[in-house]
Design a protein. Structure first.
Length: 141
């Protein structure tokens, strides 16, 4: 049964500092976790807190949910975000993910509006064609 317990430990004649030597890996592990996990997270939280406190009316933002829009009104906890013309949603200020350069969303909205206008024109042509066909069918009957 010697192979389960080393003879040196079973003898009891070890040095008294063995307990402190066992703490060194735990301390090193904590230091590694601090520099790799805790400190970067604290830095990120500090930057986010600064971003949330510095937003103003008219800023264009993206939320953590992926909604982009322009800030129309601010209070302590919420901001009104215009995501489309005449469409305003109330968003918690802590959900602001990042600040966009001014004019970023305006270009996107203009392209979407042009596509929708063209689509609406095409739909109007299809509606007028179907109306004409319906009228011709009714006259024949």
């Amino acid at each position: 049964m010697d192979f389960f317990i080393s003879n040196a430990m079973a003898d009891g004649g070890g040095s008294g500092g063995a307990g402190w030597e066992g703490l060194i890996p735990l301390i090193l592990l904590f230091v590694i976790f601090y520099f790799l996990l805790i400190r970067p997270q604290q830095k990120k939280v500090k930057e986010h807190r600064k971003l949330v406190s510095e937003v103003q009316k008219g800023d264009e933002i993206i939320t953590y949910g992926g909604i982009g829009g322009k800030i129309r009104d601010l209070d302590e906890a919420f901001c009104d975000l215009e995501i489309a013309p005449n469409v305003v949603v109330k968003v918690d200020r802590q959900n602001i993910a990042r600040l966009l350069p001014k004019g970023t969303l305006k270009g996107t909205a203009a392209r979407v509006d042009n596509k929708n206008t063209k689509k609406d024109e095409d739909d109007a042509e299809i509606d007028s064609e179907s109306t004409e066909k319906t009228e011709k069918t009714e006259k024949q009957n």
